[in-house]
Design a protein around this ligand. Structure first.
Ligand SMILES: [Zn+2]
Length: 301
């Protein structure tokens, strides 16, 4: 890639050929350091420091745009008892979310930071065999009808929706965007630094960078995202008086589903056994949350 619009190499063609321009990498590292320091923020739900460069309004606008695109390409189920039930489950989770945030933040000595005014919640049920659901930034939720027979109960649907809503509350989409931005700038920097190398050398440098970027940074973050969504989602379901224990047989059924297309909440879990063990570890805390908000309610609705 050549950043000079005239197409001329300013650095002297013959002397520069074959040299790797380390100063460009240094400039990139300085930029990366500045970008990180100026865009980090602590999640009130997990206490983890996240790299987020957009504001919640920008995220919500992107979420809405993507949602409208999905809806325009899908068959939306207008009403019926299943739609009413799914909307009611979502409403219960949404209603309890600020209390859960306040509780989890207080546990870590943090202040609640979620700006609830940036969420304009909407729930759509989409006619599809896919076993899936999602919640986009800004609170745009979709549930595929294929999920209903696998979930089998309101409790299990609440666990899935709790997981999806948690991705939006945790701003995982914005975090991934900031990571992608860094990866792209890094790729450009490597490309520029290697600009005077011969094409074969350039391919090698870019190839090495790609491997590090994909497996060293992006994938572990995605798995962490899934674990966080499981954890916060379980607390939301429990605080909304659903039975969090429905999560265990649900993930076991999901595992048996298999199939070529992996649903969102299964895609980055290479080891389902680990996931179930982690959920079991979280269960006492979820049940305590449930007891706090739902005194006298029976475990099944
Ligand atoms: Zn997920």
């Amino acid at each position: 890639m050549n950043m000079d619009p005239t197409g001329q190499d300013q650095g002297g063609q013959s002397s520069g050929r074959g040299r790797f321009h380390w100063w460009i990498i240094l400039a990139f590292l300085l930029y990366a350091g500045w970008y990180y320091v100026s865009n980090r923020q602590e999640s009130s739900l997990t206490g983890r420091t996240q790299l987020i460069a957009t504001n919640a309004q920008q995220d919500a606008a992107l979420g809405l745009q993507a949602y409208q695109q999905v809806l325009s390409q899908s068959q939306v189920v207008a009403d019926g008892p299943e739609v009413a039930q799914i909307k009611q489950i979502a409403q219960r989770l949404i209603a309890v979310a600020p209390k859960v945030e306040a509780d989890l933040a207080a546990e870590k000595g943090l202040k609640p930071t979620i700006d609830w005014s940036t969420f304009d919640w909407q729930v759509s049920v989409l006619q599809s065999d896919e076993v899936n659901a999602f919640c986009l930034p800004g609170g745009k939720i979709a549930v595929y009808t294929g999920l209903i027979p696998v979930a089998q109960s309101a409790d299990a649907i609440a666990v899935v929706l709790g997981h999806e809503i948690s991705h939006a509350l945790l701003r995982h989409g914005a975090e991934r965007m900031a990571q992608q931005h860094m990866a792209q700038i890094g790729q450009i920097a490597v490309g520029m630094a290697a600009g005077n190398m011969d094409p074969q050398q350039q391919r090698e440098v870019m190839g090495a960078y790609g491997v590090v970027g994909q497996f060293g940074v992006l994938l572990p973050f995605s798995r962490k995202d899934e674990s966080e969504a499981d954890q916060i989602g379980l607390m939301l379901a429990a605080a909304a008086c659903f039975d969090p224990q429905a999560a265990i047989p649900l993930w076991q059924r999901m595992e048996q589903q298999g199939g070529a297309r992996q649903p969102e909440f299964m895609s980055t879990h290479p080891n389902p056994g680990n996931r179930i063990a982690r959920l079991q570890e979280l269960m006492p805390k979820a049940l305590a949350m449930r007891a706090k908000y739902c005194s006298g309610a029976s475990p099944t609705q």
